[in-house]
Ligand binder design. Sequence first.
Ligand SMILES: [Fe+2]
Length: 356
Amino acid sequence: MRRFSLAILFLAAVVSLGLLPAAAQDDPGVVNVYSSRHYGDLEGPFEAFTQATGIEVRVSAGTPQDLLTRLRADLQRGNRSIADVFLAIDAGVLSLAASEDLLVPITSDVLNANIAEEYRDPEGRWYGLSIRTRNVIYNPDNVTEAELAGLNTYADLASPEWQGRLCMRPASHIYTVSLFSSLLHHLGEEAPAVAEGIAGNVSRYINSDTSLIQAVAAGECDVTVTNHYYLGRLINGSAEDQAVAERVAIRWMNQESTGAFININGAGIIRNAANYDNALRFIEFLSLTENQCGSPTCFPGSNYEYPTNPAGELNETTASFGEVVFDTSYPLWEYGALQQPAIDMLMAAGFGFVEN
Ligand SMILES: [Fe+2]
């Protein structure tokens, strides 16, 4: 509603300055977005876009898989979606959408200049706008220095010492699927045994990264794996959230080998988009150096994520987590192809698909 009001205010101001004829033929229009972002401050960068361009941003929210299903149905039924932009929190879902020709190749010098190559589709069908990592969160009161020294890779979570001490997100969630697809990519035929070992150590499946961190803080589990920004949100949350954050620590995985697993928040333009020009302007706007900053008005900063624009500025809380090496050896555009094999592997490993 607030976005809508801003667009109206902008238009009212333009009209009152006599810049527009009564027919408002220069109405900047709208951009319709299918978005799987689910974080409160997202409106910051969207509002900034509306203020800068007058273009109204209309969002339909859902999980990445549900929105992909909707997109397929839209384009099968009428050859046009109600949405112009597909904004997804998972590179696998973006690459599936691209491979099914639901997204069109974009030719944009702005995007190619702003977004580093490893964070965009080689064919220009989607561009990463922020980066998240999925790493170990542990309780320093319950994990010894020696145990910690032996916890350096995701595969180390299969070690017997974590038996009954590990909480994980169920395999029904895309975060788990994508992480385990990286094990398949890197470990090949050794991956199923690792998945089985990890599944055997899990004491509880919890379908919320925030609740996983809370469980570790409360001593219910000693170790878990979550996206890094959930810790950022707790650090900047209520006094109660901050107390939870103080009881846990983050540990980057695979720092001596392939780097920490990453995913992106990325966007593409949907085939036959009714508002193509606005969609392009929207994605380009979010890629600009000034909009890749660490503050809540910027796309990465609004969720404690890392910028995909190398000139972007890091959020203060995110910077406080320390240096991290990202895994860019598992190309983001290959996540889609390994999604189903990862689900099959998790099923065979006896990994939980629901909370318990
Ligand atoms: Fe998330």
